[in-house]
Design a binder for this molecule. Structure first.
Ligand code: SF4
Ligand code: SF4
Length: 303
């Protein structure tokens, strides 16, 4: 599990009160997500854009968009009501780094007004190298990158296109750019001592065999934790337009793969087994969502 103690005291401090990085902390510390980032710069075949980013969230959920100012007001209100509130994450509903203005403005406001709250971010990684310095300078403690492949031949079955520096790429070229940026971004962050978690969506028959290699590669680049999540295949979510008839993994397949990633070549990777695939506006301890207690009327205009 995720409970292997970190040797480096700096890292130990960073994981101690983040509910997602420490299996112990998740019972005592709360996190919240604010949905400030609507757009996305890539297309995953399992995402239909009507719902929160499927790389971090449970499929089929739609979070209401907030401005950075309203997000700050909500953070302050939640922090005053939930004492264990320790982490603010930006995870959607699209890709946070495809919306840098809203994402960085939100984090700057929270860093200014709530210095005790740790900042956390998840991204598809396409623009990570570009923003690594800014992320580190802001004191962001944790970044989650969704990495489903390191081989463009696998990637082209998952990603129909990416838009990079204003240009649209398709086919294998799209996945080549994506994987290069993801791995470079991961290396840049770990070099800057930002703790990185990698999410991978397990898609049977597409990247299942490949994910062990992904796990090994991201570990070598300094990722601290690997979270293999099941593709949730439900026709009512309207997802998988490019993966027609694609099924999700069984719980046994998921566990087997997590075990294989944990123990490859005798090396050990920390695997996250308690991810709840939270909504991009989740509030509270992991496994509980108190988001409904904090409707817009309770915080809007309250900066
Ligand atoms: Fe959808 Fe997230 Fe993939 Fe963008 S990165 S296409 S929002 S699942
Ligand atoms: Fe933590 Fe997973 Fe929820 Fe993100 S989605 S806050 S990693 S439990």
């Amino acid at each position: 599990g995720t409970s292997r103690p970190a040797a480096d005291p700096e890292i130990a401090e960073k994981i101690a009160n983040h509910p997602c990085y420490s299996a112990e902390a998740h019972q005592y510390y709360a996190r919240m997500h604010v949905a400030v980032a609507p757009g996305c710069n890539i297309q995953c075949n399992y995402c239909n854009r009507k719902f929160d980013c499927a790389n971090e969230s449970r499929p089929g959920v739609t979070s209401a968009l907030l401005t950075p100012e309203d997000a700050l007001a909500k953070v302050k209100l939640v922090a005053s009501e939930i004492k264990q509130m320790s982490v603010l994450g930006i995870a959607g509903p699209g890709d946070p780094l495809a919306n840098p203005k809203q994402t960085f403005r939100t984090m700057e406001l929270v860093a200014r007004d709530c210095p005790d709250i740790k900042l956390c971010l998840s991204t598809n990684g396409l623009r990570l190298p570009e923003f690594a310095d800014r992320i580190a300078d802001l004191g962001v403690d944790h970044v989650t990158i969704t990495i489903n492949m390191i081989d463009p031949a696998v990637g082209e079955r998952i990603y129909p296109w990416v838009v990079y520096k204003g240009k649209r790429y398709t086919g294998r070229e799209a996945s080549k750019i994506l994987t290069e940026q993801q791995l470079e971004g991961l290396a840049a962050l770990t070099e800057r001592k930002v703790l990185c978690k990698v999410n991978s969506v397990l898609i049977p028959g597409v990247n299942d065999e490949h994910l062990v290699e992904v796990s090994k590669t991201v570990k070598d680049l300094g990722a601290f934790l690997h979270n293999v999540m099941p593709l949730v295949s439900a026709p009512e979510h309207g997802t998988h337009f490019g993966l027609t008839g694609q099924r999700g993994p069984s719980p046994q397949e998921l566990k087997l793969l997590q075990d294989r990633c944990e123990e490859h070549d005798g090396a050990e990777m920390n695997m996250m087994r308690h991810c709840r695939q939270c909504r991009s506006d989740a509030v509270g301890l992991l496994g509980e969502d108190r988001g409904e207690e904090f409707s817009p009327e309770t915080y809007q205009g309250r900066e």
